[in-house]
Design a protein around this ligand. Structure first.
Ligand SMILES: Cc1ncc(COP(=O)(O)O)c(C=O)c1O
Length: 384
């Protein structure tokens, strides 16, 4: 049996006609950049993410970059985030001239640990503390970071929060008062990626920034077009962060199906849980689902011993799987000048050694899931 990590062709087949109709409209209009299709998508995404505003941009990376630029982060400023994330989170910080300050993760959720976040700020001298401008919590794999204490720290220290919600569209977090908040609606900025493998994926690169602040919304729109308003008059230096109408039209079609696909992902996660339980496999931990709505962009298991051999074994048996991420960012060669050592963030290093993402996409069948679990069981029986 073949079980790819992701099967976009299967999904495309089910919405082909809708996509053709939507893209034909764009071709007929010959309006390719921003315009009504982008505005329509922005309104829909704002509504879906329970935010007042959304600004379509060229990628998730650019969503982070434009948010940092709009927040006024620049040379010498400090931005706190996690070393266990996709490169773009930290690459964007460095690209605006700021310095990343890492805080280790919670080992169960892989998200930034709020207690360590607070301890990091408390341990700073006044000069250093005054340079901290932003916290970027990442809602990794589709589960929100523990936002309430992070919001408290931000409020207490006058910091801006830019949520990296690239992997978490529609994920929910329950606040102390029992209300559910969607990813991207809790900080000043929410950054989304529509990279094709995301739960809501474009047919190329695309992204979005959400905000509840009208001033930030206006600034984001200006920054997206080289900081110009009116045209050819620049009071700010922005970039070309514009979203294509074709991508917006495709995303608007796919958004209509997103909840149904998320339900399927959550059902697949439950199927895995039951299958692992029935098989009684030791030495493997399943993802912790502690927030209100995990949207399972990835289903990441933890293997205490032999992760790389298991990965090889699964691939040899036709099962797609991947390590997100094999090298934590504090020990990436390009950040060597920051002077971090591997042992500074031991839980991120451990996660990089033990995590493995299994197929979880909506069109996956129960038989395919059972096969994946059976192969993992075989591996454990024969190898460890
Ligand atoms: C956590 C995280 N941040 C940022 C990004 C960057 O998004 P993009 O690939 O759309 O630039 C991604 C996606 O790849 C991501 O997973």
């Amino acid at each position: 049996m073949k079980v790819p990590l992701l099967d976009l062709k299967k999904q495309y087949k089910s919405i082909r006609e809708e996509i053709m109709k939507a893209t034909r409209e764009v071709f007929d209009s010959q309006r390719f950049i921003l315009g009504p299709k982008v505005e329509e998508l922005e309104n829909k995404i704002a509504f879906y993410c329970q935010c007042r505003y959304a600004v379509g941009v060229s990628s998730g990376t650019d969503a982070l970059l434009i948010s940092l630029m709009t927040a006024g982060v620049g040379f010498g400023d400090l931005v706190i985030t996690t070393p266990y994330t996709f490169f773009a989170t930290v690459g964007s910080i460095v690209r605006v001239g700021a310095v990343p300050v890492f805080v280790d993760i919670d080992e169960d959720t892989y998200n930034i640990d709020p207690k360590k976040l607070e301890a990091t700020i408390v341990s700073m001298d006044e000069e250093r503390k005054s340079r901290v401008k932003v916290i970027i919590p990442v809602h990794l794999f589709g589960q929100c970071a523990d936002m309430e204490p992070i919001l408290d720290v931000a409020r207490g220290n006058g910091l801006t929060i830019i949520e990296d919600a690239a992997q978490a569209i529609g994920a929910e977090y329950e606040l102390r008062d029992g209300s559910a908040k969607r990813a991207g609606s809790m900080g000043q900025f929410g950054c989304f990626s529509f990279f094709p493998s995301k739960n809501l994926g474009a047919f190329g690169d695309a992204g979005m920034v959400t905000t509840n602040d009208e001033d930030l919304y206006e600034r984001l729109k200006i920054m997206r077009a080289h900081g110009s308003k009116p045209k050819y008059h620049h009071s700010l230096v922005g970039g070309n962060f514009r979203l294509d109408a074709l991508q917006a039209a495709i995303l608007a079609v796919k958004l209509e199906h997103l909840d149904e696909w998320t339900t399927r992902r959550r059902e697949n996660a439950n199927h895995y849980r039951k299958a692992f339980q029935d098989e009684g496999i030791d030495g493997i931990s399943l993802p912790i689902d502690i927030v209100k709505r995990h949207i399972y962009n990835q289903f990441v298991i933890k293997i205490r011993e032999g992760r790389d051999s298991l990965k090889k074994y699964l691939k040899e048996n036709g099962i797609g799987c991947e390590v997100y991420y094999p090298v934590p960012l504090h020990i990436q060669a390009c950040f060597g000048s920051l002077g971090y050592r591997p042992e500074d963030f031991p839980l991120s290093v451990r996660a990089a050694e033990t995590s493995l993402a299994l197929p979880i996409y909506p069109e996956l069948t129960g038989d395919q899931i059972d096969y994946v679990v059976e192969m993992i069981k075989n591996f454990k029986k024969n190898n460890i």
